[in-house]
Write a protein of this length. Sequence first.
Length: 419
Amino acid sequence: MNRFYRRRRMVALVGSLAALPAAAPAWSQVAPPFAQLFRQTRDTPRVLALDAEVARARGLAEQARARPNPSINVYAENFAGDRTRNAADQRQTTFQIDQPIELGGKRSARIAAGEAGIVAAQARGVDGRLAYATDLARAYAGVELAERRIVLASEEAEAAGADLKVARALVGAGKEARLRQLQAETELNSLQAVVENARADRSIALARLSALAGAPSAYTGVSESLLDRLNARPPAGPLDPLQSATVRAAEAERDAAARQVTVQQRLAIPNVTAQLGVRQLRVASGPAIVAGLSVPLPLFDRNRGNIAAARGELQGAEARAASARLDAQANARVAFALVEAADRRAAAAERTLATAQEAYRLARIAYEVGKSPLIELVAARRSLGTARGVVVDAAIARLDARINLSRLQGVTITGDPVQ
């Protein structure tokens, strides 16, 4: 792995020097190590959206503590009309204050629902940050893997070029037909096209990483190898799937939904409006105190529809929480199995690569001395290229398995906790 990584750094260096006239500050655009990059992504749109959800929940919780506002009323009586029958001095003016009084624990239910909403938003935020860390790790490793594919394709094209020189020499010596040289040239052209495709894939991977990280300008490479870090990483410790971020978020949403059912049930209880005022009588020497009480009659609207809707939402939240628990338990078992299988697959791929390298070396020697045809050399080189691709595919599977396990553990691929 270290050999591939050093070769990748050399390829990246050559590419950066080639693009230097068009992009002078290229060195400053290299993505930092993954842990540092993840800490720098707090202002990315995905993270800001999660923070906005928590801020929204806090605002709703604050509003839930508000009490009903009083209202001021002014009434005037006998200030106009038929003065021949009603004395003008019978005018009355009333100043009144109405104060709604919530009954049945409506305010306490709203406050509890608001606090549960904050907990749910925070739990969703942690789960969302873990999902973002997973995507960022895949994008970061995608650049490294794309660069390794460039190295592998370049090495295979270089080997094909060396085989073409041997074929030309044998054709010049009359030991091979002209057709063999043309076949070798065709093979080289095809491999050069593969190299260009690999470079295009690297550009795509860099663009994805830059967009996901919210970089103001496109990165030109990455500064560390996540695959090499996995080689030295100790085995994963115990894992409680029921404490995963996804399960916690689902359970918090279920609790918030249960609080909303209570809120809707309390809203069915009528409120009382207390009235207190002062009435000024023109014919009297002083004001009169008036008081009243207003109670609505729940004859038509008993909030049954909202209660049924809240209960339906609670049932859905309970089902999602149960599903999240089952998925987490299954994913935990699968994650450990995939990590072990990926490690064994990577080891087998390395052995396959060593065998393919030896087979190609022997096939090249046999072709140079004229003991085997060109088709056997081409087949051996293709087998070597396939073996190298198998190594890269095994590395991808290994990294993906570790990323999935890290998310279940609530940490990033580098072991940093996500909160």
